[in-house]
Design a protein around this ligand. Structure first.
Ligand code: ADP
Ligand code: MG
Ligand code: MG
Length: 211
């Protein structure tokens, strides 16, 4: 059994909640190495998705939910993160396709498509101190868990754990993409805000699967 529309809608609700709860933390992280708006941008985007969930037609799929998130983030978040996350959710929606429920392998595919979208859009490589540093280990961990025969919830839990470690691991890095790259060595010692928000979103996905 895989994860269906109920999971997808719950994931978005949890995402909005966790981003709202961590709004100030994301602002502080972005204040240190960027322009201080990441928490506000993400909170605005996810709050804008919430009312739209109620208008999803009967029979909507996880892919439809991912598409709704994509279009809403693209039109409301702005900055670097808006188009990056927008592309991530759009590619994720395409990977999910018309499936009514997503199993372990499909979830690994969906996460990989999201990461590939971020890379296609932003051209960052692992180690550039961006959200890619959370997504790449998450995708690898999800793939490993799926191949090991783990269930959908365990796949997402592995992805969330890896994303959290990946976000922490951005701290000693010098940034090579985004605003933080203007700071050179001064970015060292600070966690990348986009990697942190990515870890929060993946933890929300795992929590929704475990609920
Ligand atoms: P802005 O920098 O325009 O204010 P945000 O503060 O909302 O946008 O988002 C900043 C985050 O976007 C960074 O912490 C980083 O994770 C991510 N980011 C920026 N540029 C890139 C890129 N080229 N590739 C991947 N992620 C990026
Ligand atoms: Mg910013
Ligand atoms: Mg900005």
């Amino acid at each position: 059994m895989g994860l269906d529309i109920t999971w997808a809608v719950d994931w978005v609700r949890r995402s909005a909640q966790v981003i709202a709860e961590h709004r100030m933390e994301l602002i502080e992280l972005d204040r240190a190495i960027g322009d201080g708006d990441h928490g506000e941008n993400m909170d605005r985007g996810f709050q804008a998705v919430l009312p739209k969930l109620d208008d999803l037609p009967a029979g909507s799929t996880p892919g439809d939910v991912l598409k709704l998130v994509a279009t809403t983030l693209i039109s409301t978040v702005g900055g670097a993160a808006g188009p990056l996350y927008g592309t991530a959710y759009l590619r994720a929606a395409t990977a999910a396709g018309p499936a009514v429920s997503l199993g372990p392998e499909e979830l690994a595919d969906v996460l990989a498509a999201a990461r590939d979208g971020i890379v296609a859009r932003g051209k960052a490589e692992p180690g550039d101190k961006t959200m890619v540093d959370a997504w790449t280990p998450a995708v690898d961990a999800a793939r490993d868990a799926a191949e090991a025969g783990e269930d959908a919830a365990t796949v997402l839990d592995a992805a969330a754990d890896a994303a959290e470690r990946g976000a922490v691991a951005t701290e000693p890095l010098v940034a090579r993409k985004g605003r933080a790259s203007y700071l050179g060595e001064r970015a060292v010692g600070h966690r990348d805000p986009g990697a942190e928000s990515s870890a929060l979103l993946l933890r929300a996905a795992a929590d929704s699967a475990a609920a």
